[in-house]
Design a protein around this ligand. Structure first.
Ligand code: ADP
Ligand code: GN1
Ligand code: MG
Length: 355
């Protein structure tokens, strides 16, 4: 987004900030919002332009975020601290919509797991987040993206992208398209279990990537779960699975050399050792059984979303070059295939942890 410094300064100064703005720079590696680091002579902030192509109702999103952060604060959990506008509003609305939060200091985010120990701590952080949201009244939250992780709908969207072929790129990705089409029967396994009541809907995060947790800079523990735009009703299986698809890989989500991309079952184990024990008494039997499958399904879902976006002409995820979404989908499909091959090993690991 081409905002001048002066335009951003004008936006920041409408918020109730401390000090005089010294710099405003692009920040982070998120695919959805435009994030800026704001430095004043007193402290640091994170400014975000929210993506209205992805989030159709910013009022709903910001109300959710306000309620969730208030709930977590009341329980003593470190969370995003929203800075209000000088007139008391919680975000700046208009043609562009901005919010401002305190920068959570002395933390780091990872784009790739550096060790199993770190990943275990990320798992613990998401389990804590889940536990503290367990008594949050789900009816208080409105879906910011309806059917966000309803994989059969994602598959329908994907098929539409293939048939519309808006970008005229279909011929460049026939193998990848077939990889998705061949697995159609898998996409409803979890949604069927939800429909049967075997897998309950809970208040979940729904975007549990590694870089959505701020780790203490010493690496000793997770400090805060961020990117709360999609906190709404969902399944634990998707939260677990999304962490695994991103973190239990030997390479980044957009690694071009597929020889470097593998599902690392030791990282799966490390994450499960962090995430599962605190939730041991919370899981239903079907949830326990489906944790490995959830990892595979989330990986397929994300892959078909990347490929669908490539076919649509890159209108959803931020991309840095024309094949970026194609590269991303290929890593997901590589991981998904290896997860399928190692499904029984994953099940054994979960059973051992939860026995
Ligand atoms: P997106 O929805 O685009 O992923 P995020 O809210 O995840 O946006 O922010 C992008 C990145 O900015 C995060 O991965 C994190 O590194 C950094 N970030 C966001 N908010 C904060 C914060 N309050 N303090 C420190 N870093 C933050
Ligand atoms: C997006 O916002 P970010 O970059 O944390 C996306 C997730 C995808 C992820 C893939 C609201 O997450 O669903 O899994 O990219 N968020 C939204 O990296 O669509
Ligand atoms: Mg993010």
């Amino acid at each position: 987004m081409g905002f001048t410094f002066d335009a951003l300064l004008n936006i920041v100064e409408q918020f109730d900030i401390e000090g005089k703005v010294v710099s405003i720079e692009k920040y982070g590696e998120g695919h959805i919002n435009n994030t800026f680091l704001v430095i004043t002579d007193k402290k640091r902030y994170v400014l975000q332009r929210m993506n209205t192509n992805v989030f159709k109702n910013i009022d709903v999103l910001m109300n959710n975020m306000y309620k969730v952060t208030t709930h977590l604060k009341n329980r003593g959990v470190e969370t995003l601290n929203m800075v209000l506008l000088k007139d008391g509003r919680i975000y700046l609305n208009g043609e562009d919509n901005f919010r401002l939060c305190d920068f959570i200091e002395n933390t780091i985010t990872f784009q790739q797991v550096d060790s199993p120990e770190t990943f275990k701590k990320v798992g613990e952080a998401f389990a804590v987040f889940q536990k503290y949201l367990a008594d949050f009244d789900a009816t208080e939250l409105v879906d910011t993206i309806p059917l966000f992780h309803y994989t059969p709908k994602r598959f329908n969207d994907f098929k539409q992208a293939v048939s519309q072929n808006l970008s005229n790129r279909k011929d460049t990705c026939l193998d990848e398209i077939n990889f998705v089409l061949d697995r159609e029967k898998d996409y409803s396994v979890i949604t069927n279990a939800i429909a049967l009541g075997e897998v309950p809907l809970r208040v979940t995060h729904n975007d549990t990537k590694l870089n959505n947790v701020l780790m203490d800079e010493t690496g000793s523990h997770g400090r805060a779960v961020i990117d709360l735009d999609t906190v709404m009703q969902g399944s634990l299986l998707y939260d677990f699975g999304d962490s695994i698809r991103f973190g239990a890989s030997t390479a980044k989500e957009d690694e071009k050399d597929l020889d470097k991309v593998h599902f690392d079952i030791n990282l799966f184990k490390a994450y499960a050792e962090g995430f599962c024990p605190p939730l041991k008494d919370v899981f239903t039997k079907a949830e326990k059984d489906l944790l490995p499958y959830g990892s595979y399904i989330m990986t397929m879902e994300c892959g078909m979303r990347f490929l669908g976006d490539y076919l649509n002409g890159d209108t959803y995820f931020a991309t840095k070059y024309p094949e970026h979404n194609l590269v991303r989908c290929r890593t997901q499909f590589r991981l998904a295939k290896e997860m399928q091959e190692q499904m029984s090993d994953m099940k054994k690991i979960i059973n051992d942890i939860l026995k």
